[in-house]
Design a protein around this ligand. Structure first.
Ligand code: HEC
Length: 150
């Protein structure tokens, strides 16, 4: 029924002998086709929205701060980024961060977090780029958890 109507209503030009309802259905069909074409073209112009990945758009939302421990979370961050200067016997700095007791000193005196989130007088790692946002979040969480020695 529908295909019949399409073949009947798609002459190249509307002929004068066409009656009103025929003309009307031809126009609406053309409008409909035009609309479909428009949708198709727009769909082809902006396909990128479909492929946006949450990970790419919000890379920091996936930071898992649920299982933070001193040994498994904090030590790897400090050893990779801070031990080079803050290890026992290093003359670069009297600040020592290579044991729980020593790190706790800078947690307790409130100097650790300002140093890593760059809100204090010293910006760590000194001379290097800031720690990853997720690493900072993890250290902050560990501190707000009470800096347990676990
Ligand atoms: C390139 C060497 C270097 C690196 C790497 C480094 N620091 Fe430092 N840090 C210093 C120096 C130098 C000071 C100056 C203060 C001092 O030595 O007395 C300092 C000071 C500090 C202080 C004391 C801040 C204050 O307010 O007194 C803390 C806390 C600290 N660093 C933490 C860190 C942490 C955490 C990291 C790793 C994310 C780190 N540092 C990486 C050299 C470094």
């Amino acid at each position: 029924m529908i295909s019949e109507r399409i073949t009947f209503s798609l002459p190249e030009q509307s002929t004068p002998e066409m009656n009103q309802p025929q003309l009307y259905s031809l126009m609406t069909l053309k409008n409909l086709l035009f609309l479909l074409l428009l949708i198709l073209v727009f769909g082809m112009l902006f396909p990128s929205c479909y492929f946006d990945k949450e990970d790419t758009l919000y890379p920091f939302q996936k930071c898992d701060t649920t299982h933070i421990t001193y040994s498994q979370t904090i030590v790897p961050i400090l050893s990779a980024n801070c031990y080079v200067c803050h290890i026992t016997g290093n003359p670069t700095s009297p600040v020592v961060l290579d044991s729980y007791t020593n790190v706790l000193i800078y947690v307790t005196n409130g100097k650790l977090i300002p140093a890593i989130d760059h809100t204090g007088p010293f910006q760590m790692p000194k001379g290097g780029s800031m720690l990853e946002v997720c690493a900072i979040e993890k250290i902050k969480r560990w501190v707000t958890n009470g800096a347990p020695n676990n």
